[in-house]
Design a binder for this molecule. Structure first.
Ligand SMILES: Nc1ncnc2c1ncn2[C@@H]1O[C@H](COP(=O)(O)OP(=O)(O)O)[C@@H](O)[C@H]1O
Ligand SMILES: [Mg+2]
Length: 260
């Protein structure tokens, strides 16, 4: 059983405010392999965030099944859902840091809330993690005093505290310039290689980072197309995929190989 996440013919609709229904996912099936990086790309409003919410059990499928590490969570609730969610680390758009807490306090939060570790243990763990994400010396600053890239690194450090087996990133480079974007994706790739978690990155374009994705899923009008690599996408015959490639991928094939 090597799948971290599996969608089996998942349908998700919402009632439209003016009446009628909007079909966001129209019977999609895909597998997210364990210990690899999958990028889910698609235009704005195509259902990328809804897909992540289905994985976390924050939104329920109308039909079909969602499996996490082989366990069907489609109708799970209460304690079972809590247990499933505890396997995830999540980094949403905008980092979601607490403005009134320092860098140290933000990163320490999951350890304080979810574990019985002593303050001394927490201090050591947080310090190690801040060194790892090149944030040492910034522990007493508040989020507003940090650059966008540093805020993302604090968000990543916090999401990693409980050693998740699956990391979900929802448009994690929003608001960053292209240089910062590359740096953050390289950091994700290095962190993933070191810790071996399953990584799911949602993005409105295909990250122009060679070697980042082991698999790319393109979400368009309720359908998902699965590709084994960003390079494989260029061979698709489907018009909407060709259009997406033309609009967002640009010079990907000239991008240089990076070390993970
Ligand atoms: N709770 C909700 N109620 C009604 N419609 C929703 C809800 N959540 C999302 N939607 C709709 O579903 C579609 C996909 O949303 P979303 O997954 O957030 O898109 P994106 O790909 O930009 O992340 C959008 O049209 C959005 O308006
Ligand atoms: Mg979204």
């Amino acid at each position: 059983m090597s799948a971290a996440i599996e969608f089996d013919r998942v349908v998700k609709t919402f009632a439209k405010s003016g009446g009628g229904v909007q079909t966001v996912l129209d019977g999609v099936s895909f597998t997210i392999p364990r210990g690899k990086t999958t990028v889910i790309a698609g235009g704005s409003g195509q259902g990328k965030s809804v897909t992540l919410k289905l994985v976390l059990g924050l939104v329920r499928a109308d039909s079909g099944r969602v499996l996490v590490h082989g366990r069907d969570i489609t109708r799970a609730g209460g304690r079972e859902l809590e247990e499933v969610r505890s396997q995830f680390g999540v980094l949403f758009q905008g980092s979601a840091l607490f403005d009134s807490l320092t860098v140290f306090e933000n990163v320490a939060l999951p350890l304080r809330e979810r574990t019985a570790k002593s303050e001394e243990e927490i201090r050591l763990l947080v310090a190690a993690s801040l060194r790892q994400f090149e944030l040492a010396g910034h522990e007493d600053k508040y989020p507003a005093q940090l650059s966008g890239g540093m805020q993302k690194r604090v968000g990543l450090a916090r999401a990693m505290q409980l050693k998740p087996s699956i990391m979900l990133f929802d448009e994690p480079t929003t608001g960053l310039d292209p240089v910062m974007t590359r740096e953050i994706y390289h950091l994700f790739a290095r962190t993933q290689a070191e810790f071996g978690f399953t990584s799911v990155i949602v993005s409105h374009d295909i990250p122009k980072i060679f070697n980042l994705a082991d698999q790319v899923i393109i979400l368009h009008r309720g359908q998902m197309d699965v590709f084994s690599s960003p390079e494989a996408i260029q061979w698709s015959e489907k018009p909407h995929i060709r259009e997406f490639v033309k609009m967002t991928m640009g010079d990907i094939y000239q991008s240089s190989v990076v070390e993970k």
